[in-house]
Ligand binder design. Sequence first.
Ligand SMILES: [Zn+2]
Length: 250
Amino acid sequence: MKINKISVGNGAEAGYTLRDAVNPLLPYDGFNACHYTNDSSCHVKHCREELCATLNVADGHLIIPRQTHSSNVMVIDSPLTESELPEGVDALVTAKRGMTLCVNTADCVPVVLNDPESGVVGICHAGWRGVVNGVVENTVEAMRTIGADTTQMHAAMGPCICCECFEVGTEVAEKFAHIPGTVMESNLWPKPHVDLATAIAHILSSKLNLDPDNITMPPECTMHSWQSLFSARRMGLNSGRVLTYIRLAK
Ligand SMILES: [Zn+2]
């Protein structure tokens, strides 16, 4: 399997999976560890085993939440089985070594966070609903409760939909109007577009006090690169997802 590393400060390891599909037109072809978008449980299980072997993850230490575009965060301090993870968790934080925190996305933004001084990491799934409802703020706040400090925190975004690709209705654009530089309009576009990554960077720096130099923007667009990643807009909701992970370095 293929993983692209994400750099997010010392003391943490992060990355995201590539599909590596034989036929990208098939919605689940390639690596998919997401268990709730109608892929076969057998394929998902196989992919997770491959991921655990590649990253050397111990049993119960691969934490993959059942996301629902909520803004709920869970603190992970011990290994968990699938059934012990409640539905409706879109962000995870930990200060425990060995826990591999994951989110699944296909156009929404995966955000990984690391405070190298305190040894606290976090991850969230931030689509437009999550951003509007404060999932990024909630994740950073949960990290604070277990010892992190935002002034020394690093953040990086994984692959997500770019502004050019992210057309929205005016009712969604209005929710972003208060965040500078996030709503784009053009004579070439029938509807407004939203720059989710810029919105998240703004929240991290202006609202949560992260140093802008410690914020890394997304490496690529899921919709432009749907053949090597996954894009729900391009392929439909019944398709695979990109897995993004973070953990404290061994
Ligand atoms: Zn794009």
